[in-house]
Design a protein around this ligand. Structure first.
Ligand SMILES: Cc1ncc(COP(=O)(O)O)c(C=O)c1O
Length: 300
């Protein structure tokens, strides 16, 4: 399925001061440019889920999210473009389709919004709960929150084909780990994958192993892949959804000096971690460093 042309996702070269950053070629893979509402990793994660829904002749996709979820918006927009219906199960029974701009836009794109209590939302991944949703909506494919499933990983794996073969270091923001797991599978075996969790105290390695286990099956192969992962655990600026004036100043500098828009929940923090890491390096040979822009610009 090619709803979007991923050639819009260019590799943008960032011009760094060669005195301060020796032997570095820094590129940003601009997946945020794929589509204004199905941007960044959202399209990558949804692509094969949409294909599966069509192959199985489903009416549409049923998925889950919070009131400000970019994932809900992406599902609503992608389903509309693919000619599928969409249902969004939203956390918070007190909400309505008019509660905020994100939900209004989801509804305008044709998404049916079902508001549930926080307690029942928290049980959404339990087997009995999943069965309940399937029974109530048998013609819909269930996709987990954030598009975080096998098909999401496969879609993110494809990004690897669009990266320079000589990539030495690849940086990405991390939430559920779906994007980073796909990148790990799809990138060259000499590429180090640097992951920057947006959550404080997140066990990135354990979470990636959990996601990858059903795909890789054996421990030895898993270890070979995981040996390429570098975690930057202290780049969360206080935790998920938190930020500081320093982060906002940094984002403003990136916009002005590099022409690079970033968001304050994921990509701003991850790009900050990359720049801090670069400052501490002294490369003796030319290194190609790539930052995957995973979108999220709706977050501001
Ligand atoms: C803009 C942005 N970047 C990165 C991530 C993290 O991706 P993942 O959940 O696949 O680890 C998300 C969450 O989906 C996101 O919205």
């Amino acid at each position: 399925m090619e709803l979007f042309d991923t050639s819009l996702s260019i590799l943008q070269e960032i011009k760094l001061d060669p005195q301060q950053f020796r032997n570095v070629r820094l590129l940003v893979k601009r997946d945020d440019l794929i589509h204004p509402e199905v941007s960044g990793n959202k399209w990558r994660k949804l692509k094969y889920n949409l294909e599966l829904a069509m192959y199985q002749k489903k009416d549409g996709i049923l998925t889950f999210g919070g009131a400000y979820s970019n994932h809900l918006l992406a599902v609503a927009a992608a389903c509309q473009l693919a000619g599928l219906q969409s249902i969004g199960v939203v956390r918070g029974e007190e909400l309505t389709a008019d509660s905020n701009e994100n939900l209004k836009r989801c509804a305008a794109l044709g998404m049916e919004l079902l508001f549930v209590s926080r307690e029942s939302y928290d049980e959404r991944n339990e087997k009995s709960c999943q069965e309940g949703w399937k029974e109530a909506h048998p013609h819909f494919l269930l996709v987990p929150e954030g598009g975080s499933n096998y098909y999401g990983i496969v879609g993110c794996q494809e990004i690897g084909k669009e990266l320079p073969a000589e990539t030495d270091h690849l940086f990405v923001a991390q939430g559920t780990t779906t994007t980073s797991c796909g990148l790990l599978l799809g990138s060259d075996e000499k590429t180090k994958l640097h992951v920057v969790p947006a959550l404080k105290g997140f066990d990135a390695i354990a979470e990636m192993r959990k996601q990858l286990y059903p795909v890789l099956l054996d421990e030895e192969t898993m270890n070979e892949y995981m040996d390429r992962v570098v975690v930057h655990p202290e780049a969360h600026f206080g935790g998920y959804g938190k930020w500081t004036p320093e982060l906002l100043d940094f984002m403003e500098m990136c916009r002005k000096e590099y022409g690079l828009p970033l968001d304050k929940i994921y990509t701003g923090k991850a790009f900050h971690a990359l720049m801090e890491w670069l400052k501490a390096q002294d490369f003796q040979t030319l290194q190609t460093v790539v930052f995957l822009h995973t979108g999220g610009l709706q977050n501001g």
